[in-house]
Write a protein that binds this ligand. Structure first.
Ligand code: IMP
Ligand code: MG
Length: 179
């Protein structure tokens, strides 16, 4: 069994500094209104916890589970809601909080689902963006870091449910994963 090879790509200090900046930007952009942070489980929960605390304005927090039918490193293209919101979003400003935008399949689907529910507005905040991998158009209003096409773990991101609790975002090197 090969030892997993992890290389720090974005340190916890860089993440914390950037999340504070994003919080300030979101505070400026939403001076009033009823703002709901919609955390996409499970990967975005660490980002949500930090981003919510970087905001000075009042927010509501809700969770949504999405499965894209894949256990490996790529999406299967089929998306399903596995856990729905508790709070009605009608008339609210929605900020979808996501860990990473990769093919765009998940968020493209989710935008359509949420648009049906008559919110006032919908925007996306993603900690990471891999623009090279995009297959479906997705407009991301707040991006923490644009990263190259490498598979990353940590700060909520997993590989087969492992590594979510690493404090840094790390590249999982090819061949570094036990079979
Ligand atoms: P998309 O639908 O292809 O944009 O993928 C979205 C989901 O795939 C993300 O919410 C992650 O859960 C997962 N994902 C994509 N890239 C990575 C990665 O580099 N590391 C861990 N998970 C990833
Ligand atoms: Mg995810």
């Amino acid at each position: 069994m090969a030892a997993p090879a992890l290389r720090v790509l974005i340190s916890q200090e860089q993440i914390q500094a950037r999340v504070r900046e994003m919080g300030a930007e979101i505070d400026r952009d939403y001076p009033n209104g009823n703002l709901h942070l919609i955390c996409i489980l499970k990967g975005a929960c660490f980002f949500l916890a930090d981003l919510a605390r970087a905001l000075r304005r009042e927010v509501r927090v809700d969770f949504m589970g999405i499965s894209s039918y894949g256990k490996g490193k790529t999406t299967s293209g089929e998306v399903k809601v596995t856990r729905d919101l508790d709070i009605s979003v009608e008339g609210a400003d929605l900020l979808i909080v996501e860990d990473i935008v990769d093919s765009g399949v998940t968020l493209n689907y989710l935008m359509h689902v949420l648009e049906q529910r008559k919110p006032r507005s919908i925007r996306i905040a993603a900690l990471l963006d891999k623009p090279e991998r995009r297959q479906r158009p997705v407009e991301v209003a707040y991006v923490g870091f644009r990263i190259p096409d490498e598979f990353v773990v940590g700060y909520g991101l997993d590989y087969a449910e492992r590594y979510r609790n690493l404090p840094d975002v790390c590249v999982l090197e090819e061949g570094g994963t036990p079979a």
